[in-house]
Design a protein around this ligand. Structure first.
Ligand code: MN
Length: 423
């Protein structure tokens, strides 16, 4: 077991019982406060631990990480130091925050310098994303979409049970939680029309996803096995893959999603390390037919992470519309990474691989409005009396996620995004 995950650990920092950020989590992010430049922070309770100041004060000196790394714009350089270094850093932070350790606990002046309220800082994109891939790994989601758009009797295409299907997305439009999302414009086609129209998307949707951040690259021409894959993953974030369903429907044949997806994807600011998620490993769905040898794996590779999506109208009350779980994924992250690299494709530190929409077996666990309202045929009633088939201008979509076991809750915080009208 990783020592920093011990459920018995307690911290001298105040942490509420339902906090996403107990001492067993310690996720990494990038923040600014006031006029200060970017720094690496770690979430603890309602606070951010400022690693740049902590290192300046000498608390991290044994790790011998240069000060400039803690003052980076992104986590990429820290991640590039390698898994033994991030592990040692998380371990050292865990030691400093333990209630039994007086080093920082009893230095009120230093505590004031290194602990800032999360509400008083600005969070930024945690990594520089060079490349982004979106998988399509929920069998329930692929079945629902196939049923609606193609043929209920052959909802899954013949390749789906053999290949972790994915497409290359766009990295430049991945934005941090809280960034407003402009409703996209594009080509759509009315039912029975023979020519498309141009205008704002009328079927704007979210996709409930999680993404992993690559923590170790592979050389072009080499592959990563399912056995080694988890050593190539730094951690995970919540991921909203905004989707314009009407644009998607017209454009996606034959090469897949393009403008329906690349206008924005939103991510949560804290990267929860795969180390912190170790206690929440669980078995995934049985894979039948048996995958090809390079996709076989040993042990439990899924993670039990509760997920929720809520919609909050402008000036209105939020309503939870979906409750799902990351454990439902048919293809796991190790298989996704093994598949992605099996042809020799080189992954780089900071790359993001999103899971695909995470739909579960029950209607309330579907991870998109497309499925929840069954293409608009079953609208969702909102607390203010209005209804939603898709996402309206002014709506904020909020996704949350946490894992819980043995009294420890490891959370991801939130990813939010408000939809603005098309220009
Ligand atoms: Mn997606």
């Amino acid at each position: 077991m990783i020592e920093a995950n011990d459920p018995n650990l307690k911290t001298w920092v105040e942490v509420l019982d339902d906090s996403d950020f107990p001492i067993q989590n310690l996720p990494f992010g990038i923040f600014t406060s006031g006029d200060n430049g970017s720094r690496i922070g770690v979430a603890i309770g309602e606070n951010v631990l400022d690693l740049a100041t902590l290192n300046k004060l000498g608390y991290l000196s044994k790790l011998d990480i240069s000060q400039s790394i803690f003052e980076s714009k992104y986590l990429n350089d820290l991640i590039a130091l390698g898994q033994p270094v991030w592990r040692a850093l998380r371990q050292r932070i865990s030691e400093l925050l333990r209630d039994s350790n007086p080093e920082l606990r009893d230095n009120m002046e230093d505590r004031r310098l290194v602990l800032l309220g999360q509400s008083a800082v600005q969070m930024h994109m945690p990594v520089k994303v060079n490349d982004y891939t979106d998988f399509y790994s929920s069998k329930e989601h692929a079945t629902n979409v196939g049923t609606m758009f193609r043929d209920p009797d052959n909802a899954l295409l013949p390749n789906w049970l053999h290949i972790p299907v994915g497409y290359h997305g766009r990295a430049s439009s991945i934005v941090i939680s809280g960034t407003d999302i402009r409703r996209p414009k594009g080509q759509t086609i009315a039912p029975d029309a023979d020519k498309p129209n141009f205008g704002p998307s009328r079927l704007l949707d979210f996709e409930l996803e999680m993404a992993f951040v690559v923590g170790k690259g592979n050389v072009l021409g080499n592959s990563v096995s399912t056995k080694d894959a988890e050593d190539h993953i730094f951690g995970m974030v919540l991921f909203n893959d905004w989707s314009a369903r009407d644009i998607q429907k017209w454009e996606y044949v034959p090469l897949g999603p393009f403008l329906a997806k690349n206008f924005a994807s939103s991510v949560s600011p804290w990267i929860v390390t795969l180390d912190a998620l170790q206690p929440f490993k669980t078995a995934g769905p049985i894979q039948d037919p048996e995958p090809l040898p390079y996709l076989k794996f040993e042990g439990e590779k899924n993670y039990d992470i509760n997920l929720e999506v809520a919609i909050k109208p402008e000036n209105g009350e939020e309503k939870a519309v979906c409750n799902s779980n990351f454990k439902y994924m048919y293809w796991n992250m190790a298989q996704q990474l093994a598949h992605h690299t099996v042809n020799g494709c080189n992954m780089q530190i900071g790359d993001m691989c999103a899971s695909g929409t995470i739909s579960g077996p029950t209607p309330e666990s579907y991870g998109s409005m497309l499925e929840l309202t069954w293409r608009g045929s079953k609208p969702i009633a909102m607390p203010d009396g209005s209804e939603r088939k898709f996402i309206n201008d002014g709506d904020t979509v909020i996704m949350r996620g946490y894992a819980e076991k043995n009294g420890v809750r490891i959370g991801f915080g939130e990813v939010t995004g408000k939809v603005l009208p098309a220009t």
